[in-house]
Design a protein around this ligand. Structure first.
Ligand SMILES: *[C@@H]1O[C@H](CO)[C@@H](O)[C@H](O)[C@H]1NC(C)=O
Ligand SMILES: *[C@@H]1O[C@H](CO)[C@@H](O)[C@H](O)[C@H]1NC(C)=O
Length: 274
C-alpha cells in the first residue's frame, strides 16, 4: 500500500482542531471506542505523559502527546512540531482530564532530529520547556528511555499506549466532543517484528521504527508523539513514539508505526545536556 493511504496521526489532528472551531454538535450519537482504549481510572496517574497544546483563537487545544524525559525536556514526534510557531506551543503535565489545570510550561525551542524524513525515518523531536517541571514521584515523573544493552525490542512484547487521541477510527470534524476524549485513554497490545509489519502493508518500515498491533485497537489522531511503554523489572521504559498509521485507525490489519526510541537514545541524551 502506498504513501497516500498513510497519514500522520498529528497532522490530521491539527486539521481537525482547526476544523472544529466553526463546527456544530449533532445530538444523540453514541461513540464506540473502536480503537480499544479505556479511561485511566480516577486517582491513577500516567505521570510521564504530557499534552502538547497549541494556542488558537478559541483557546488552548490539545494536538499531540509527549513524554517527560527530564524536568525541562519533553520527547515527542517531529511531525508534531514541524512548521509550528513555537511561541504558541505549551505542554501540560500532571493531568488525567484535558479540562484539568495541571502544570503548564511554555515551549522555548523544539529540536527535530536532523535525519527526520516524513513517513520514512527519525520522526522525533525534543522540546525545551520553561519553567522546568517539579517531579513529585506521583503525578509528574520522567520516563526511562535507555536500556543498558541497547536492547532491540522484537515482536510479541506487551506494550501500553496512552493518549487523548481519537476514539473513533476516522475523524468526523463535526463530532468533536465524542471523538476527542477528555479523560486520558490507555490501551495495551503487542509489538510485532518489523518483518511482520512489512508483510502487514507497512512496506517502508525500517529498523529505526517499531510496530505494534492488536484486534480493533490502535493509535489515532491526537495520540501522535505520545509514549509506547513496556514494563521491565526496573519499571516502565519508553520503547516507541507514536508516528504514523493508516487513515483509518485501530483495524487489525493495520499496524501502528512508532519511532524506535532505543535507536535514538544517544541523540536524546545529547539533547538533555545542551
Ligand atoms: C507566533 O505567534 C506569536 C504569538 O501569538 C505571534 O506574535 C507571532 O507573530 C507568530 N509568529 C509567526 C512567524 O507567525
Ligand atoms: C522521589 O523519589 C526519589 C528517589 O526515588 C527521591 O530522591 C526524591 O526525593 C523523591 N521526591 C519526592 C518529591 O518525593
Amino acid at each position: 500500500m502506498g504513501l497516500p493511504e498513510l497519514l500522520f496521526i498529528g497532522a490530521l489532528t491539527l486539521g481537525c482542531v482547526f476544523a472544529r472551531l466553526n463546527s456544530r454538535q449533532p445530538s444523540g450519537y453514541t461513540p464506540h471506542r473502536i480503537v480499544g482504549g479505556a479511561d485511566v481510572p480516577p486517582g491513577e496517574h500516567v505521570p510521564y505523559q504530557v499534552s502538547l497544546q497549541y494556542k488558537a483563537r478559541a483557546g488552548q487545544m490539545h494536538f499531540c502527546g509527549g513524554s517527560i524525559v527530564a524536568p525541562n525536556r519533553i520527547l515527542t514526534a517531529a511531525h508534531c512540531c514541524q512548521g509550528l510557531n513555537v511561541s504558541r506551543m505549551s505542554v501540560v503535565a500532571g493531568i488525567r482530564g484535558l479540562n484539568e489545570r495541571g502544570s503548564r510550561s511554555q515551549v522555548l525551542t523544539y529540536t527535530i532530529h536532523p535525519k527526520y524524513q516524513e513517513l520514512v525515518t527519525s520522526d522525533l523531536a525534543v522540546l525545551s520547556i520553561d519553567p522546568a517541571l517539579k517531579l513529585n514521584n506521583v503525578s509528574i515523573t520522567s520516563i526511562e528511555y535507555q536500556s543498558k544493552k541497547k536492547e532491540f525490542v522484537g515482536g510479541g512484547v506487551p506494550v501500553t499506549l496512552t493518549g487523548w487521541g481519537l476514539r473513533l477510527p476516522v475523524p468526523f470534524p463535526f463530532l468533536d466532543e465524542v471523538n476527542y476524549p477528555n479523560v486520558l485513554q490507555r490501551m495495551s497490545y503487542h509489538t510485532i517484528s518489523n518483518t511482520e509489519c512489512k508483510n502487514a502493508g507497512m512496506e517502508s518500515v525500517t529498523d529505526t521504527e517499531i510496530c505494534a498491533r492488536g484486534p480493533f485497537r490502535g493509535a489515532c489522531s491526537g495520540d501522535s508523539g505520545g509514549p509506547l511503554v513496556m514494563q521491565t523489572e526496573n519499571g516502565p521504559r519508553q520503547v516507541g513514539i507514536v508516528s504514523y498509521g493508516l487513515v483509518v485507525c485501530g483495524l487489525y490489519i493495520s499496524p501502528d508505526v512508532y519511532t524506535r526510541v532505543s535507536t535514538f537514545s544517544e541523540w536524546i541524551g545529547s539533547q538533555l545536556e545542551s
